[in-house]
Structure formats: C-alpha cells, structure tokens
Design a binder for this molecule. Structure first.
Ligand SMILES: NC(=O)c1ccc[n+]([C@@H]2O[C@H](COP(=O)([O-])OP(=O)(O)OC[C@H]3O[C@@H](n4cnc5c(N)ncnc54)[C@H](OP(=O)(O)O)[C@@H]3O)[C@@H](O)[C@H]2O)c1
Length: 249
C-alpha cells in the first residue's frame, strides 16, 4: 500500500502518518518545513516502510504538480491520499483582513484542488484508490470569529459531496473528516474554552479506524457531531439564538 500524507509534518497529519508505519510499503510525507521533513525521515525509517519526504507548498500549483507527478511516476500506484494541510487564524467581523481570507482559502480549499488535479486522474486510471480530506466541524455552519476558516471548510465538504458519486463509479473511495477540537499548533492560538479538546494521537486513531472501514463521514467527537448536525437543521431564529452561546471568549 502506498500512502501520501499532505501536511504530514505536524499535528493530526503527523500522528496519522505514524499509523501507516509498518502497514504501508511506501509512506510519502509532504509539507513545507525542511527541518521537520528531515527529522521525520530519520525518525520513521527502519520500520519496514519506505519513507519518502518532499517539500511541497499546496498553494503553488506548479510545485504541487511537480512533486506529485514525480511520486506517481516513481510508484505507479497510489492507494490512499490524506489531505491534512491546513491554515487557521481567528478573525474579526468588522476588521476585514483580506489577506487572511485569501490565505485560508488558498491553503484549505485551492490547495486541495491543486492536489486533486493530479491525484484524481491517476486514481481513475488505476480504477481504485481512496482520498481523505480533513475539513472541520467549523464547516457545518458559520461559527463566530470563523468567517474565514468556516467557509473554507464548508467548501471542502461541498466538494467531497460533489465528487463522491463520480469517484465511486471508478472504485475510488472519498472520506470527509470533521474533527472537533484537537490540541495542535492550530488550536494553541485559541483563547476561548474548547470543549472535548483531544490529543492529536487520539484524533489520529479515530480517523485511522474510519479510514480502514472506508467511511465517508468521519465526524468526532460523537457528542459534538450530534450537536452540530442537529443545530445545523434548526429554524434560523432558533439557530442564531443557540449560536450566541457557542463560543465563549
Ligand atoms: N486542530 C484542530 O482542532 C482541528 C479541528 C478541525 C480540523 N482541523 C484540520 O486538520 C488539519 C490539520 O490541522 P492541525 O490541527 O494538525 O494543524 P497543524 O499542526 O498546524 O498542521 C497543519 C499541517 O498543514 C501543513 N501546511 C500548512 N500550510 C501548508 C501549505 N501551504 N502547503 C503544504 N502544507 C501546509 C503544515 O506543514 P508545514 O508547516 O510543514 O507546511 C502542517 O503539517 C487542518 O486542515 C485543520 O484545519 C484541525
């Protein structure tokens, strides 16, 4: 099995990559941080899995295409692609930082599309494979202070639904992963209370089990999953009333 993890240098992606050590023939870990990529190459080697690390910035289509095409040429078969590259910064409703919105969409959504522009034709050619993308509970509806991040994650959700049936026809599985709060560099910025905050190791275990079962919807923790799916369908006046109490600063 050949597994590619985009954003495998830190956080959830890093912990998830660890799960495929000894279980995959080739494990390809991609990210921008050279130092961390070298460290991972040393740390992960010697576990019966060939480790390939490459520097890749998903916001550059040229870089993404070059790196992924080289990997495909070399390995010929790609079994699982996990998109864990992500960017988050809380933002203010009235102080509209255009660069922040643009960067968030560039990394979280356009980065995914850059990757898929190379990966999906290859999986179609193979007539098998599995693509998994990490969205967020924040994509279910517009949370306060998340008007940049939330829409980028909602776009990922919509995209995964849109490609699902075409992929299925070609024997390609799609998984959409929606975690709640996970302790990483990303959430270390938050100053508000984060209910059910879990470690990246725990999140990676839940995701790994879901991916093994080829589940489409991997949303967790369970309580928040139910709550978010319920709140989403409420009539708007009740929805907005609930929303006022959802993020405590
Ligand atoms: N933590 C949470 O509570 C939480 C909750 C829901 C969803 N998520 C999602 O889970 C995913 C992983 O987040 P995390 O919490 O593990 O954060 P993290 O520790 O900051 O990891 C993010 C990863 O994305 C990579 N990355 C960032 N910009 C990139 C770019 N331009 N090109 C390529 N790679 C890039 C980073 O690697 P380099 O810096 O080496 O490029 C890093 O490996 C994200 O999509 C995030 O939105 C997280």
């Amino acid at each position: 099995m050949n597994v590619i993890v985009l954003g495998g240098t830190f956080g959830i992606g890093f912990e998830l990559a660890k799960k495929y050590l000894g279980k995959s023939k080739n494990l390809i870990i991609l990210g921008r941080n050279d130092e961390k990529l070298n460290e991972i190459k040393n740390q992960f080697s010697g576990k019966n899995t060939n480790i390939i690390t490459e520097k890749l910035d998903v916001t550059s289509l040229e870089n993404t295409r070059n790196v992924l095409s080289k990997i495909i040429d070399e390995l010929k078969q790609i079994d699982l692609v996990i998109y864990s590259s992500g960017f988050y910064k809380p933002n203010n409703t009235f102080d509209v930082d255009i660069d922040l919105y643009r960067k968030t969409i560039e990394v979280n959504f356009m980065g995914l599309i850059n990757v898929m522009s190379v990966i999906l034709p290859q999986l179609k050619k193979q007539q098998n494979g599995h693509v998994a993308m990490i969205s967020s509970l924040a994509g279910f509806f517009g949370l306060p202070n998340s008007s940049g991040y939330g829409p980028s994650k909602a776009a990922m959700m919509n995209y995964s639904e849109s490609i699902y049936n075409d992929c299925k026809k070609n024997n390609i599985f799609v998984s959409l992963i929606n975690p709640g709060f996970v302790k990483t560099r990303l959430t270390d910025q938050n100053t508000f209370e984060m209910p059910f905050l879990m470690s990246a190791e725990k999140a990676a275990s839940i995701i790994y089990q879901g991916l093994e079962k080829k589940k489409y919807d991997i949303t967790f923790p369970m309580v928040m999953s139910f709550l978010f799916k319920f709140i989403r369908i409420l009539p708007r006046p009740i929805f907005f009333f609930f929303l006022k109490f959802m993020v405590k600063t």
